[in-house]
Every structure is written in structure tokens, then in C-alpha cells.
Design a protein around this ligand. Structure first.
Ligand SMILES: Cc1cc2nc3c(=O)[nH]c(=O)nc-3n(C[C@H](O)[C@H](O)[C@H](O)COP(=O)(O)OP(=O)(O)OC[C@H]3O[C@@H](n4cnc5c(N)ncnc54)[C@H](O)[C@@H]3O)c2cc1C
Length: 463
């Protein structure tokens, strides 16, 4: 049991008011802000970090997966990034490598300058003041201290369903059976790699580098790398195993286990010589506890040190590589999700479900990262197939003025693994922002009073 401290009744100044307040400026938050702003809603977005993009930028998840039907804000962002870089990475749809630092600059332009959103950085959502089914205000902690912000509608884009949770709404966490969910990864980028030399080595000795997950021949790798295309390098497990056997003293038993868990998984980035490494895995993670989160970050960095040391020692072309950066947000695939009016289920994905109140279409398949060890369980949809995400999955069950968008939307463990791509999270944000703007325009006070046909017309690019 806890010990408690009593706090004197506090009066918190309400310093701002808006039509729509968005908590969290990751992919879902930016989709929501841009859509709401473009439709004339007065919008405030609060973000605890000092940049937009969430996992995409701060978590270094710098490869956007986007459904073949999505022509919405996510596609606009990809086009803007290419134009700025003078590249054509968008040709890689459905998987597009991006530069996370450049994305920060472009997102400021799109959200703050063009959509007119008031963005408050360094602002942590700390409490939510709810009366019955209505959320009245958010309490936000920043350099100003604790301040209240009122709005007609709120959108929870925190990734962790933090707004819904603080307001007392029901949540789901983990694998639907009380166990941990998909394992998180702390991403890192390395620079100074001679990628051509690494490809040369594979060309000279294809067998040495081949593994069960090899996707491209060395010749294809070279063509893709030279032509602004996505190259998936994975996972070199037999090579790794041989080097560990030849050098048994070089890595401790714990380090060997880390190296064998996922092997070496990395991809190219828009800058030459820079690679994004997706090889760490934190086991047994649920995502609702500060000590768990802190431990996961520290362990992620320990794993990075091990994986990087192996790469620099044994991979040709990596001799002069440096760690360019490590995620300053943990790459959380799944944590708390808010319970909505409907829960998207695995059968909706496998059955390519259609719903009358659809607000987005997606084509990502199941991708479950084992929470207990090596392994990935997945399935893909057939070519051209897709499923709908219904409006009811964006409506928080316990409130009348709260939307939930992004990876904390109302989905079961397996369904979320299919629907959590950045492209889809931006689309869900776009849907919630557009819905909020319509409700404000029409003077409605309940998210369930939406004119769904009018909303679907606006959302045609993501449907
Ligand atoms: C390791 C990994 C690899 C992935 N690979 C891919 C991939 O290749 N392609 C792809 O498309 N997707 C990929 N994904 C999925 C994708 O990155 C996420 O699902 C997506 O970023 C979720 O977007 P979001 O906006 O819902 O949440 P997030 O990106 O988590 O953003 C949430 C935002 O809310 C802010 N926030 C949280 N709490 C508060 C608070 N209390 N107050 C204020 N602000 C707060 C955070 O700082 C953050 O900016 C991957 C995910 C992981 C973890």
C-alpha cells in the first residue's frame, strides 16, 4: 500500500482556451493539428519535448510506412521532405526512409506556420479536470508552473493514452491476456559507414553474409542504395554466430544473448554513410511505470554499446563509424491504449473489415515483436487489400468530448501491431482533428453527434 501526502486545495490559473487541445505532438498529434487548423479551429498542441514528430523524430523511427491508399497529410510530409532534400525517396512507398532532423524543421513549418497551431513545447500534460463525461481542462506543467487550458474538444495523441488515463477513462495495456505487449526498441543511427565497401564484401562472399532474412542480393542492394531507395540489411545471424564462436572472450554472456536476440538489422537513411539500426529489444515491457521506462532506456543504451562494438569490429566498411545519436524517446511499439466505443480486433485486420463509419484505410499486416525473447510473428495482407478504421475506435468510451488517435487508439494488441505505422497514425490524427473542427463549426457538444458522411468527404484522401 502507498503512504499518502495531503496537498492543500489548489487554484490553478486557466491561461488559455481553444476549440481543440491536442496532447502530444507525435505523428497523430501533427495530423490532428494540421487538419483542425486547416479547417479553421483554434488549436493548441502541448508537447513535453521541444520538437514535433514523437517517435518519428525523437525516437529515430525514421522510416515512414504508409498505406497504398493514403494520400493525406503523411504523403504531403513525404513530398515536402523529398523536395527539400532534392531526393525521390517517396518512390519507396510503402516504406520511406526520412531524415528525422529535417522532419523536425518541416513539421514546425506545417503545424505552426501554415496550420496556425499554437504549439507549447516543454509542456507536460499532468492532470485532466473532468466532470462526469466532460473534460473541462488540462493541467499542464511547464516553465510557467502548473496552468490550466480549456477547450471544447480534446485529442489524446500521447501514444500512452495518458490524457484518457489521467481523466479516469478505461484503458487496455499489454497483450490482452495480462502479459507484456510487443517489445520496444531503442533506435540509434551510425554515421561514417562506407556502405559501398560493405556491399562489396557481401558481393565477394555472398554465402558468408546470407541469413534467413536476406531480402536483396548484393547487386540489388547496390542499385537500391545508389538510387534513393530503401535497403533493408538483415539480420546476418549466421555471420554473427561464427564471429562469436571465434572470439568467445570478446563479449560477455549477456552481450552474446543481446546480439543473438535480433541479429543486425539496419537500413539506409537519406544521407550517404548514415544507417538506422533497429536491433535492440527490451523484454517484458508493459509501458505504464516510470521505473520500467527508466530501466528500459538505460538497458537500451547498454545494448546499443554492445551492438555497435560488434558492427565496428566485424563489418567491413564500418571501421570509421561513429554513433551519431540514440533515440531520446524509447521506441515504444505498444503501451496503454484508451478504451473506445469500439475496439479494433485482429479479425478486422485479417478479414479486411469495412465499416460504415470508416475514417481511414490501412494495409499494414500484423507485426508482433516477441516480449520474451527472439522472434517476430507477422502476416501480410494480399496485394491491394486494406481494412477500415472506424470512427468509433477514435471516440473515448467514457467521455463526450475526447478523441484518441495514434498508437493509443482503441485497438487490441494484435490489431494495434498492424495499425500503428506512422502513416496510419498521422491519418488517425487527421480524422480526429477534422472531426473536432466539424463539431465546433456545427456547435455540437458531443463527439457522437458527428455528421459522418460530411467527415468522410473531407477524409477522402485517407479513405
Ligand atoms: C522501434 C519501432 C520501430 C517502428 N518502425 C516503424 C516503421 O518502420 N515505420 C512506421 O511507419 N512506423 C514504425 N513504428 C511505429 C510508429 O513509430 C509509432 O506507432 C508512431 O510513431 C506512433 O505515433 P503517435 O503519435 O501515436 O505516438 P508517438 O510517436 O509516441 O508520439 C507521442 C507524443 O506525445 C508526447 N507526449 C507523451 N506524453 C505526453 C505528456 N504527458 N505531455 C505532453 N506530451 C506528451 C511525446 O513526447 C510524443 O511526442 C515503429 C515503432 C517503433 C517503436
Amino acid at each position: 500500500m502507498f503512504d499518502y501526502v495531503a496537498v492543500k486545495e489548489q487554484r490553478i490559473p486557466v491561461t488559455a482556451e481553444a476549440d481543440i487541445v491536442i496532447a502530444g505532438g507525435g505523428p497523430a498529434g501533427i495530423g490532428a493539428a494540421i487538419a483542425a487548423g486547416r479547417e479553421g479551429a483554434r488549436t493548441i498542441l502541448i508537447e513535453r519535448m521541444f520538437y514535433l514528430g514523437g517517435a518519428l523524430t525523437g525516437g529515430l523511427v525514421s522510416k515512414i510506412a504508409i498505406s497504398h491508399r493514403n494520400r493525406g497529410i503523411a504523403a504531403e510530409l513525404l513530398e515536402r521532405l523529398d523536395r527539400y532534400q532534392g531526393t525521390s525517396f517517396i518512390q519507396n512507398r510503402p516504406e520511406v526512409p526520412v531524415d528525422p532532423e529535417l522532419a523536425k524543421l518541416i513539421l514546425d513549418r506545417m503545424v505552426i506556420d501554415e496550420a496556425g497551431t499554437e504549439v507549447r513545447f516543454g509542456s507536460v500534460l499532468s492532470q485532466a479536470a473532468a466532470e462526469g463525461r466532460e473534460i473541462k481542462a488540462l493541467l499542464v506543467s511547464s516553465i510557467n508552473g502548473l496552468q490550466g487550458i480549456r477547450a471544447k474538444y480534446f485529442i489524446d495523441c500521447t501514444g500512452d493514452g495518458q490524457l484518457n488515463f489521467l481523466a479516469g477513462g478505461a484503458s487496455m495495456i499489454g497483450n490482452d491476456e495480462g502479459g507484456p505487449g510487443s517489445a520496444p526498441t531503442l533506435m540509434f543511427r551510425i554515421a561514417g559507414v562506407d556502405v559501398d565497401r560493405f556491399i562489396d564484401a557481401q558481393e565477394k562472399n555472398e554465402e558468408e553474409y546470407r541469413s534467413a532474412r536476406t531480402r536483396h542480393s548484393p547487386k540489388e542492394m547496390r542499385e537500391l542504395y545508389q538510387g534513393d531507395r530503401y535497403v533493408f540489411f538483415a539480420d546476418y545471424l549466421p555471420f554473427l554466430q561464427r564471429r562469436l564462436e571465434e572470439n568467445p572472450e570478446m563479449f560477455s554472456p549477456w552481450e552474446q544473448k543481446i546480439l543473438r536476440t535480433r541479429g543486425l538489422i539496419f537500413l539506409n537513411q537519406p544521407q550517404r554513410g548514415v544507417l538506422l539500426v533497429n536491433s535492440t529489444r527490451i523484454l517484458g515491457f508493459r509501458g505504464g511505470d516510470v521505473l520500467e521506462l527508466s530501466g528500459a532506456m538505460a538497458e537500451g543504451r547498454r545494448q546499443i554499446e554492445t551492438i555497435f562494438r560488434f558492427m565496428k569490429t566485424f563489418l567491413p566498411g564500418f571501421e570509421h563509424a561513429i554513433i551519431m545519436d540514440t533515440g531520446n524517446l524509447l521506441g515504444i511499439r505498444e503501451s496503454r491504449r484508451a478504451a473506445g466505443d469500439q475496439v479494433l480486433l485482429e479479425t478486422d485486420i485479417s478479414g479486411a473489415a469495412r465499416f460504415d463509419d470508416a475514417v481511414a484505410s490501412n494495409d499494414g499486416g500484423i507485426e508482433l515483436h516477441s516480449p520474451t525473447g527472439p522472434g517476430l510473428k507477422g502476416s501480410r495482407l494480399g496485394k491491394g487489400e486494406y481494412y477500415h478504421i472506424p470512427y468509433r475506435c477514435l471516440v473515448a468510451r467514457d467521455f463526450d468530448n475526447l478523441f484518441i488517435a495514434g498508437r493509443c487508439f482503441s485497438a487490441g494488441h494484435a490489431a494495434l501491431s498492424a495499425a500503428r505505422s506512422i502513416g496510419n497514425c498521422i491519418a488517425l490524427g487527421q480524422a480526429a482533428g477534422s472531426a473536432g473542427a466539424q463539431l465546433v463549426r456545427d456547435g455540437k457538444t458531443n463527439v457522437r453527434h458527428i455528421d459522418i458522411r460530411a467527415l468522410q468527404e473531407k477524409l477522402a484522401p485517407v479513405l
